[in-house]
Design a protein around this ligand. Structure first.
Ligand SMILES: [Zn+2]
Length: 86
């Protein structure tokens, strides 16, 4: 049993994530993991679970990037986050 770092649930199938900064975190669900470690869109605040877009130092959902055409999301790469000129 391990305790989720977000909700405190003591759960048999909890899992551990080590962040790029070396922090080790325990979660009972993907929902709690996303709440704690997924970047938040600077436009709407929702958690970004797929490919995000970086504009300067801000992370947004690809469709929220102001430089993108209104009806077309910017291209994303297989590496995830794209760096766009601000
Ligand atoms: Zn939890």
């Amino acid at each position: 049993m391990a305790t989720c770092d977000v909700c405190g649930n003591d759960f048999d199938n909890a899992f551990t994530v080590r962040t790029a900064a070396g922090e080790e975190l325990t979660f009972d669900s993907i929902e709690c993991a996303a709440h704690r470690i997924a970047p938040a869109c600077t436009h709407c605040g929702c958690r970004i679970l797929g490919h995000g877009a970086l504009a300067g130092d801000k992370t947004t959902r690809p469709t929220a990037v102001p430089t993108a055409p209104a009806n077309k999301a910017p291209a994303t790469s297989r590496t995830g986050l794209e760096r766009l000129s601000a």
